[in-house]
Design a protein around this ligand. Structure first.
Ligand code: AHR
Length: 331
C-alpha cells in the first residue's frame, strides 16, 4: 500500500467513525503488522427496516471478517441522499471496490459515473437499478430474482384456489418501498400469474414500506374498509406480514384460515407462524449475501471477470411442507 493510500485509509477510518460509518474487521492493517495490503470495500447499506435487513448487514460484516477484507459500512437510514453521500466518500477514500443496496431503482447515474471515472468497480447488492441507466456503470448484481419470487407467490395461490373451490378470492396486497426492485418485481410476478383468471380480484394494493408498523397500520385500514370480505393477503415481506397478522387477530379473524397469508423473506418468526398455521406460504429471499459479495470483491480487485448477475438459490416453504427438521434461520 502506498504511503498516500495508507494515510487516506487512516483518515477514512477516523472520518467514517465521526460521520456514523462503521469500519469493521478485526484490526486495521497497521495494527496487524501485515503487509498492509488488505482489500478495502465500501458498503452502503440502506438501513435496518426489517430483521431480514439486519441479517443482511450481519452477513456482510461476518463475511468481510472471514475473508480478511477491510469494510467501511454506512447506514443510509432509508434515505437515498445518504447513500449517495456515502458512495461519494468511498470514492474520495479510493476504496478498492464499492458495493451498495440501491434503495430505489432511479437516480444513481451521477454517482455511478463518478465511481466509473475513478476506476472503482461497483457491485449492486440485493436490489437493482433502473434498466434505463447505462448498464456499464456497474459491474455485477448479486441478489434475488424478485420476479420469480412474485411468481412463486402467485403459483401457491393457484393451488390454494383449487383447494378452496371458491368462485372468487378477494386479494389485498401490501407493497414494499415504492420504486424499489423487490416491490416492483414481486408485484409484477404475482400479477402475471393470476392475470386473466376470473377467480382472482385484487381489491387493493397499498404500500407498507417493508415496515412492520406500517404493515399493521395498513391492514387495520383495509379491515375497516373491507371487513371480512378479504380472502387473501399477499405481503411483500415478513415484517409487514407480522404487523398485518396483529391487525387481523385484533379484528377477531384467524390468519391462515379466514385469510390466506402469503409472505416473502423467510425470517424465523414467519417460519414459526407457518408451523402454527397462521401463515400459509413463505417465499424465500435470502439475506445471506456476504460470502458472494466478498468473493466478487476479491475477483474484481484482482481484475478478474465476474458474472453479470448472481442469484442465490432460493425456494419456498408452505403449510404443506414439514418444517420441523429445518435449522434455525438466524434472522
Ligand atoms: O430488498 C429485500 C427486501 O428488503 C426484503 O424482502 C425486506 O425484508 C427488506 O427490507
Amino acid at each position: 500500500m502506498s504511503k498516500n493510500r495508507f494515510l487516506l485509509v487512516l483518515l477514512a477510518g477516523c472520518l467514517f467513525l465521526f460521520a456514523g460509518f462503521t469500519p469493521t474487521g478485526k484490526k486495521q492493517p497497521e495494527e496487524t503488522g501485515e503487509s498492509g495490503n488488505r482489500l478495502l470495500l465500501g458498503f452502503a447499506q440502506i438501513g435496518s427496516e426489517s430483521s431480514w435487513r439486519i441479517g443482511n448487514t450481519r452477513s456482510v460484516q461476518e463475511a468481510a471478517e472471514q475473508h480478511g477484507i477491510q469494510l467501511m459500512m454506512s447506514d443510509a437510514n432509508q434515505k437515498q441522499e445518504n447513500e449517495i453521500r456515502a458512495i461519494r466518500q468511498f470514492i474520495a477514500y479510493q476504496v478498492d471496490v464499492i458495493a451498495f443496496v440501491p434503495i430505489v431503482e432511479e437516480g444513481w447515474e451521477n454517482v455511478l459515473y463518478e465511481a466509473k471515472n475513478a476506476g472503482i468497480p461497483v457491485i449492486l447488492s440485493d436490489r437493482q437499478i433502473s434498466e434505463k441507466i447505462d448498464e456499464n456503470l456497474y459491474t455485477t448484481y448479486v441478489g434475488a430474482d424478485f420476479y420469480v419470487e412474485g411468481r412463486r407467490a402467485g403459483e401457491f395461490l393457484l393451488r390454494k384456489a383449487e383447494e378452496s373451490g371458491k368462485e372468487t378470492l378477494r386479494i389485498v396486497e401490501l407493497l414494499g418501498t415504492p420504486g424499489s426492485t423487490p416491490a416492483l418485481q414481486r408485484e409484477k410476478g404475482f400479477h402475471d400469474v393470476i392475470a386473466g383468471d376470473s377467480r382472482f380480484e385484487v381489491i387493493e394494493s397499498v404500500s407498507g414500506d417493508f415496515l412492520r408498523s406500517k404493515g399493521k397500520e395498513s391492514m387495520e385500514k383495509l379491515l375497516e374498509k373491507w371487513g371480512d370480505g378479504i380472502d387473501v393477503l399477499y405481503s411483500h415481506n415478513d415484517g409487514m406480514t407480522l404487523g398485518a397478522i396483529d391487525a387481523i387477530e385484533k379484528a377477531g379473524l384467524q390468519p391462515g384460515r379466514d385469510i390466506i397469508i402469503i409472505t416473502v423473506d423467510g425470517e424465523q418468526a414467519a417460519f414459526d407462524l407457518v408451523k402454527e398455521g397462521k401463515i400459509n406460504c413463505v417465499v424465500e429471499c435470502t439475506p445471506m449475501l456476504g460470502d458472494l459479495i466478498m468473493e466478487l470483491t476479491e475477483k474484481l480487485a484482482a481484475g478478474e471477470e465476474v458474472p453479470r448477475v448472481i442469484h442465490p438459490e432460493e425456494t419456498m416453504f408452505t403449510e404443506y411442507d414439514d418444517l420441523s427438521g429445518l435449522p434455525a434461520r438466524g434472522y
